[in-house]
Design a binder for this molecule. Sequence first.
Ligand code: GNR
Ligand code: NI
Length: 181
Amino acid sequence: MAILDILHFPDPRLRQRALEVERVDASLRALIDDMFATMYQAPGIGLAATQVNVHQRLLVIDVSKDQDQPQVFINPEILAREGVEEMDEGCLSVPGFYERVQRAERITVRALNRDGEAFELEADGLLAVCIQHEIDHLDGKLFVDYLSQLKRQRIRKKLEKQRRLGIEDNVDHDRHAEPVI
Ligand code: GNR
Ligand code: NI
């Protein structure tokens, strides 16, 4: 297994729209394993293939407290949305920034699992937020796109400055146990 590099805003590769997965095979499952390893070590509660520069419609999620409930979504589609909810969001591609974002409160999703079988799922709470956040990545969209242009530019300038100074991210690495919820 490998830990993959995560792209950071404003990298233009985060703006690519991912293509449908044509075949769920051993090489895709190897990528899924690498994505989980990358997500758990970050640590995060979700990761879209786009974030590791693979432009296929694939995402992994684990919103459990003990990070022992991995969920895979291949070619995910939102079939229904209900209600509105606001939550503080973070993103491994926008390290160190957390802002309130409005999303659907409950969703119905259809996707393929890691064996290529179709399933449907009704989600709410953090799982619903996370699925919507990850599907946005597959469409080249980031949570900062929901903020004002002023906030987005401030975040972009800070991340560009950190990159110039050679700082990988502004997460405190001494405080590493909890995922960025
Ligand atoms: O780890 C993550 N936490 C999170 C918190 C609130 C809303 C969405 C997320 S997803 C994020 C990981 C990530 O960047 N996935 O794309
Ligand atoms: Ni993200």
